[in-house]
Design a protein around this ligand. Structure first.
Ligand code: MN
Length: 194
């Protein structure tokens, strides 16, 4: 079963002025599509695992009977596909607050503001390309992760809840080198928390 590009749940320009339409279009139809194409290409070589959910492949990456080069392809491009699929879903032009999540965040990090500050610090200081994640462990406890490349929290058995893409392709057209401005703007389009 080939993976296909999920539709954006809003128009390309719905997140303006925080994220511009041209960036969304390229990010979604070129970058995300690129991860899917490369994931499909590597899975085509391995029909025995091709139908397993990508989460499952990442959780069990080490035990897959594929060579190291292909494991890396699955890690990078499977991660790229999953990460972006979630990223589109957690953003939106209107807030749709998840009250249980807000409560859990306050319990874990002290307050919503403390959480945002810690998350922002990790996003600002991430060197090179990667993501910052809020993820749940197997006991439902929340954790922050700063992860390189397209690494997914699933690699550690954690379930991603909120992710911020800080690859330059996510913001360069509008923000150029000003990553901190992109991060500050992004909180406005993250719909899950106020
Ligand atoms: Mn991206």
């Amino acid at each position: 079963m080939k993976h296909t590009l999920p539709k954006l749940p809003y128009s390309n320009d719905a997140l303006e002025p925080y994220i511009d339409g041209r960036t969304m279009e390229i990010h979604h139809t070129k970058h995300h599509q690129g991860y899917i194409d490369k994931l499909n290409a590597v899975l085509e070589k391995h029909p025995n695992i091709a139908d397993r959910p990508v989460e499952d492949l990442l959780k069990n990456l080490e035990s897959l009977s594929v060579d190291e080069k292909d494991k890396k392809m699955i890690r990078n491009h499977g991660g790229g596909h999953l990460n972006h699929s979630l990223f589109w879903q957690i953003m939106g032009p209107k807030k749709k607050v998840d009250n249980k999540l807000v409560k859990d965040i306050a319990k874990t990090f002290g307050s919503l503001d403390d959480f945002k500050k810690q998350f922002t610090d990790l996003a600002t200081t991430l060197f090179g390309s990667g993501w910052v994640w809020l993820a749940r462990d197997e006991k439902d406890k929340l954790h922050l992760h700063q992860m390189p490349n397209q690494d997914s929290p699933h690699l550690h058995g954690h379930t991603p809840v909120i992710g911020l893409d800080v690859w330059e392709h996510a913001y360069y057209l509008k923000y150029q080198n000003k990553r901190a401005d992109y991060i500050a703007a992004w909180w406005n389009v993250l719909k899950l928390i106020p």
